[in-house]
Design a protein around this ligand. Structure first.
Ligand code: NAD
Ligand code: TDX
Length: 331
């Protein structure tokens, strides 16, 4: 299969490319990535000989049309992905997440190429902390931030292109990922690298907000499952029953890294901060037989801490600028 992977130099995309090269040697991978502040060629170094990397923008319709025309399938990871950045400057979010998806949809429509769209549980808004409910594919869209609003917009474009033009697409909405190669602006890598630097972890607000954590390789396994066996036009929610409060996650990181359980600072809250996300992945489990492989969050976190300790050369160049941005926000 000739596979076009957008955003393959980012966190989830690079893990997807590594896994694909390792487990599916018959797949010819082309990565299209703009190498923004969040993309890193070095994340693809271990597989550089096995893939083609094209440096370009998903919103560049001519470039995208040419690459899609050479592919059998597209997996679209490329996005502006960080909520805090979207509150500061939403403009690249609209361009990449909305216009970029539009440009891919027009190309897959023209060339009749199979398309898988990577999205987030944040399109559904948030749940109350004490509500036993979880997001299902029937939950109405209700995004809170510019980031999640642009992801919701892109999902709706995909649905319209399926219904109006018969595009062969599937969508997945996944919960919070963790694992290697995640940018140090994100919650878990930020706290791990802070502790390595002798800085106390930073919890927004009271730390009571809940996220539903999944290891990135479990997410990517699910993406392959949907690409191969998913029903066209369907949406699948991906999650591994990994609900944890931010406070509990930080306490566990502190414990695993030899710090006291409350050796963190509470800082000002994110505006509009979603309270809780939780995924009901029963459709994916029951219809497609997918199961997560990382059974405990603790084991996954131990591996992730080890990875950041062993790969300081990868994250160090981004750390100071990231913390300078947070300092400006008072977080
Ligand atoms: P990331 O920020 O680590 O990587 C994004 C990648 O996209 C980078 O390599 C960047 O250079 C590239 N990119 C950005 N703008 C581009 C453009 N205009 N053209 C081409 N490439 C461009 O993000 P991530 O965390 O790996 O997220 C990947 C996808 O998964 C996103 O669509 C995101 O919405 C979705 N998602 C992420 C999570 C999560 O927990 N991180 C959870 C659910 C869904
Ligand atoms: O320093 C921090 N302290 C803190 O308490 C940071 C960076 C975050 N937080 C909180 C905010 C969230 O409640 O931790 C939680 C996770 O924060 P992020 O890593 O910024 O993730 P989130 O906003 O939940 O969004 C993530 O999951 C869904 C990804 O970044 C999105 O791309 C994905 O769609």
């Amino acid at each position: 299969m000739r596979l076009l992977v957008t955003g393959g130099a980012g966190f989830i995309g690079s893990n997807f490319v590594h896994q694909t090269v390792r487990e599916r040697p018959d797949t010819q991978v082309t990565v299209l990535d703009a190498l923004t502040y969040a993309g890193d060629r070095a994340s693809l170094d271990p597989v550089a000989e096995a893939i083609r990397l094209v440096h370009g923008d998903v919103a560049d319709r001519e470039l995208v049309d040419g690459l899609v025309g050479e592919a059998d399938a597209v997996v679209h990871f490329a996005a502006e992905s960080h909520n805090d950045n979207s509150l500061n400057d939403p403009s690249p979010f609209v361009r990449t997440n909305v216009e970029g998806t539009f440009s891919l949809l027009e190309a897959v429509r023209r060339h009749d190429v199979r398309y898988h769209h990577i999205s987030t549980d944040e399109v559904y808004g948030d749940l109350e902390l004490d509500d036993p409910a979880k997001f299902t594919p029937q939950t109405p869209y209700n995004p809170s931030s510019p980031y999640s609003a642009t992801k919701a917009a892109s999902d709706l474009l995909v649905r319209a292109w399926v219904r109006s033009f018969g595009v062969r697409a599937t969508i997945s909405n996944c919960s919070n990922n963790y694992g290697p190669f995640q940018h140090v602006e994100k919650f878990i890598p930020r706290q791990i690298t802070n502790i390595i630097d002798g800085v106390r972890p930073k919890l927004y607000g009271t730390g009571a907000n809940v996220r539903d954590w999944i290891h990135v390789s479990d997410h990517n396994d699910a993406v392959w499952t949907i690409l191969e066996r998913g029903r066209i036009g369907e949406t699948y929610l991906i999650g591994a029953d990994g609900e944890q409060s931010n406070k509990d996650v930080v306490a566990l990181i502190c414990e695993l890294m030899g710090q006291g359980p409350d050796a963190y600072d509470l800082v000002s809250d994110r505006p509009g901060h979603d309270l809780r996300y939780a995924i009901d992945a029963s459709k994916l489990r029951d219809e497609l037989g997918w199961r997560p492989r990382f059974t405990t969050f603790r084991d996954g976190l131990v591996d992730t801490i080890e990875w950041y300790r062993a790969n300081e050369a990868w994250w160090r160049p981004r750390k100071a600028a990231t913390e300078a941005r947070y300092a400006q926000l008072g977080r």
